[in-house]
Design a protein around this ligand. Sequence first.
Ligand code: GLU
Length: 415
Amino acid sequence: MTELLNPFKIAQQQIHEAGKYINLDPALEAIISEPKRVLIVTFPVKMDDGSTKVFTGIRSQHNDAIGPCKGGIRFHPDVTIDEVKALSMWMTFKCGVVGLPYGGGKGGVICNPKEMSNGELERVSRGFIEAIAVIIGPDKDIPAPDVYTTPQVMAWMMDTFSRLKGSNQFGMITGKPLIVGGSLGRTEATAQGCIYSIIKAAEKIGLDLNGATVAVQGYGNVGYIAARLLADLGCKIVAVSDSRGAVHSDDGVDPSHLLEHKQETGSCVDFGACSLITGEDLLEMPVDILVPAALENQITAKNAHNIKAKIVAEAANGPTTPEADKFLFKNGVMVIPDILANAGGVTVSYFEWVQNLMNYYWTKEEVNTKLKALMFDAFDKTYMTSKEHKVDMRTAAYINSISRVAEAIKVRGHV
Ligand code: GLU
């Protein structure tokens, strides 16, 4: 049988698997197995050459039983409706794992930002937010950055939405630049949260992080900062990849020098004395910690039995398929699931939104102390559930967060 790689079907399967452990009411399972609302929009954008191009965008709102929907917007040529639907579902459960008062949402625009000028990027950002403005807002659905979207993109989106409403609407989006309502610590939050979860996982399996070897797949905002923070803890970053290739050095690379090289040349390849390896080789390297920080479906039934890492910390969303999960669990690999490992981003987004609503701003130390407390607590609760039900950490994370959403749906009288 060919392996299931459709992220929406995978999300549904993950719900079904976890639901078995809590005798999930079939009506509840039916409710949370589909998004509540999916809006597909097309919008025209004037390109630099004078032509007009019509872009397609999607916003999926999975569930708002606990609070407004929350989740990023990605700009990528491979965005599909099923991917955005799955990502919105994962957001519901991610918020549930950390205990945030949100449901899940996600957006995507089919485009290639690498081939667009700054002006075109701005017009796509503004065009998309105007097209979905009817269904979003600070108390309805709050977008944020995701793959290939930045604080600058958030600022344009906030500005367009504010103009439509006739007043500043800082709380309508998170991940903004500091000067327009951003939060200290938001840029590093996803990677920082991932590090907190790695610290906990290392503790549980008795791994000393000082000298531990690490491979990082993807060298964007999350991959780079995770590498830097791990190096600060004494880890050795022995392999790094981006969309153009992967590099390897037994002596370890300096994450900041590698970033400079990527900024100068556009890629991680040809860095110093590193040898060139393939992205597939990187995943199978004999390292202590593997951090997938790129896209979905990277660890599959094909390569799962070759994964040698002791800890897989899913900084990306959906990097491991259910088939691969089974192999990894059987082989004793500690997988910190995406909805826990990368929950730091949405957690500090929540802090940003709270600060916007209060119009009172916190220090970076306050943000990080709160983030650390929430991440450690979420990890401990997930770990305890995994031991209680003898399941992997992903199923445990789903058990805890589905129970939460289910309780809200029930108490609101929907079933
Ligand atoms: N895009 C990030 C995620 O997948 C952040 C979402 C947010 O901050 O709302 O978790």
